[in-house]
Design a protein around this ligand. Structure first.
Ligand code: SF4
Length: 364
């Protein structure tokens, strides 16, 4: 059995250089308030109101190409529509997605309808950690899965095209990884994966101490990798590589690519603090207080935070930081995909399948 904290034992990060271009990717937590009661996160105990104003979000760099609006529960922020508008106007080339627990169906659909008026490509990611009653057990919200599926259908009805599920692996729901994937296929939406992790300042400071069966973890990620590799689209092959990264992290404590946290990517909290990522606690500066984001990004504090990232000895692999790492290491990822496709070739030729996604769960 593995303990999640024990997985983080090897430093594979790379030193940043002295010339730091503005970042391309960000996670923006607009509030830490949350209406869920998740077992792997303590944000639901949070009482502090966000202090970033809508105008403060206009300080973010226009170089951003990917912004994940997160929380807490971001739709609880009364100005979420104005914030997304400010992000879109400030960073017009950025793909913007909002991660939600999906429980407030009417509120989410109402605010998303307003967002669709100026951003028809908005993406929504609904967190789903299991099928049957597993999702309810982890989120500690009655009828959790039914509420999320109602939100999915409500969003579809108002015209949201980019909808996906986000699954987080904890000790309780390891075997539900492929079940949620099957549910996503059944509902014809994308699915992203994460492994629950500790943070000194994010997730309400929650420290994860869980035991998982490595054989089960391996099987779950092997099924995901093979399913994505069998699809004839490069985006799926990159997703297979991301699943491979999670498998290596969970089983071997290895980070498969060097980090770009604090260089290509940053995390912004609801109080204006900018961090290299949700696992790196060094504050690079405060967005609300800074005269400009460039000043913040080139400050002494930001340089110090990058040194902390460079010396970080606990591997991590999250979709936010992995995206920029994969982008910077495409030849290496392509080689891995090629090797895996060659490995699967005999199965493809004979029509044999060694691993298959479980039957999609019955939709409540
Ligand atoms: S994991 Fe998400 S939904 Fe759950 S308490 Fe934390 S912020 Fe809320």
């Amino acid at each position: 059995m593995l303990r999640f904290p024990d997985m983080f034992s090897r430093n594979t990060t790379r030193r940043t250089t002295s010339r730091i271009p503005l970042p391309t990717d960000a996670v923006v937590a607009v509030t830490y308030l949350c209406n869920s009661r998740c077992t792997m996160c303590d944000f639901w105990k949070e009482t502090r109101q966000p202090t970033m104003t809508v105008e403060d979000y206009r300080k973010l760099p226009p170089t951003l190409r990917d912004i994940n609006v997160s929380g807490g529960e971001p739709f609880l922020h009364p100005q979420i529509v104005a914030i997304v508008r400010a992000l879109h106007e400030t960073c017009p080339k950025a793909r913007i997605t909002i991660s939600t627990n999906g429980f407030l169906t009417d509120l989410i659909c109402k605010r998303t309808r307003d967002i669709l008026e100026f951003l028809p490509d908005i993406g929504i990611r609904i967190s789903i950690d299991g099928v049957g009653d597993m999702h309810e057990r982890i989120r500690r919200i009655p009828q959790a899965l039914q509420k999320d599926l109602a939100t999915l259908r409500g969003l579809r009805a108002i015209g949201v095209r980019d909808i996906g599920f986000g699954y987080t692996m904890t000790e309780e729901n390891v075997e539900h990884c492929t079940k949620v994937y099957a549910l996503a296929q059944q509902e014809r939406v994308d699915c992203t994966w994460a492994v629950a992790q500790s943070s000194d300042f994010y997730f309400g400071g929650k420290q994860i101490e869980r035991r998982v069966d490595p054989a089960v973890v391996a099987r779950e990620f092997d099924v995901l990798m093979e399913a994505e590799l069998r699809r004839w689209r490069p985006k799926s092959w990159v997703r297979a590589y991301f699943a491979y990264g999670l498998r290596r992290l969970a089983l071997d404590g290895v980070q498969v690519l060097p980090s770009r946290a604090g260089t290509d990517f940053f995390f912004l909290d609801p109080f204006g603090n900018v961090y290299p990522s949700v696992v790196h606690p060094s504050v690079m500066g405060n967005c609300a207080a800074a005269t400009s984001f460039s000043d913040l990004w080139t400050s002494t504090a930001a340089a110090h935070a990058r040194r902390v990232v460079a010396a970080w000895d606990r591997p991590y692999w999250m979709v936010c930081t992995a995206r920029t790492a994969i982008r910077r290491n495409l030849p290496r990822v392509a080689r891995w995909v090629l090797v895996q496709q060659l490995r699967l070739l005999p199965q493809r030729l004979t029509g044999h399948r060694s691993l298959s996604v479980p039957t999609a769960a019955a939709t409540p």
